[in-house]
Design a binder for this molecule. Structure first.
Ligand code: ATP
Length: 217
């Protein structure tokens, strides 16, 4: 069976080291051949991003330029409208029916899975790798759907349907805090690649005059 393709969706408003370091860790652990970063057009479960899609894309390109196994995938932005994950996974699946897919999710996003559109179809389309995040943990008793799909360590010999929890490094970085810092003129270079910071500054993406959601798709 071929190596799984990683798929990592998000608003990336902006991309930061919490995303990059966690995904690097998972990619190495699960020997993912490639990881596609898929920026959302309109998020289905949260407020619209502050920066316009073209800026979020440009920042992603800058951040991923030094990662040969990471690439930006624009299919949700090209599709427009609410960015539901199941149709996105289905379109990856249609490109190569045999290749295993692995959806990467922070535990905060993962715990909301049962609120997602057509979420029960996920198990036919992809594996899920759950990444740790400070302030979030698995419940003491796992819900039935988690128990049912949980597998230890590596994926079983199939192209979809397993949940693995990866002990990623805990990185206390949030895009919301980064936007607040940039608005207040506080240095964020410990959380964001310098090329991304320079881009955000040049385009005045997170300054006090640019209100939240002003530049949504
Ligand atoms: P915001 O503060 O705007 O909500 P965010 O980084 O949490 O920003 P997204 O860019 O949409 O939001 O996150 C994309 C994915 O990255 C989600 O699965 C989220 O759980 C995960 N993620 C975000 N930050 C971290 C982090 N510090 N560690 C691990 N996973 C993270």
């Amino acid at each position: 069976m071929s190596a799984p393709l990683g798929i990592f969706g998000g608003t990336f408003d902006p991309i930061h080291y919490g995303h990059l370091r966690s995904v690097e860790f998972v990619a190495q652990k699960l020997r993912l051949q490639q990881v596609c970063f898929v920026p959302v057009a309109t998020p289905a479960h949260r407020s619209a991003p502050q920066a316009h899609a073209r800026h979020r894309l440009a920042m992603l390109e800058l951040a991923l330029a030094t990662h040969p196994r990471f690439r930006v995938d624009t299919r949700e932005i090209d599709r427009g409208g609410p960015s539901y994950t199941v149709p996105t996974l289905q379109s990856f699946r249609d490109e190569d029916p045999a290749r295993p897919l692995c959806l990467l999710l922070g535990v905060d996003a993962f715990l909301h899975l049962p609120t997602w559109h057509r979420w029960r179809e996920l198990w036919d389309l992809a594996h899920i790798a759950v990444m740790r995040r400070p302030g979030w943990s698995a419940p003491a008793t796992l819900p039935d759907w988690w128990q049912q799909h949980r597998c230890n360590g590596e994926f079983r010999d199939c192209s979809a349907g397993c949940i693995v929890t990866i002990e990623t490094p805990l990185l206390d970085i949030q895009a919301t805090v980064i936007r607040q810092h940039l608005r207040a003129g506080i240095d964020a270079s410990d959380a964001v690649p310098v090329a991304v910071l320079e881009y955000a500054r040049r385009h005045r993406l997170y300054e006090a005059t640019t209100g939240e959601s002003m530049h949504a798709v």
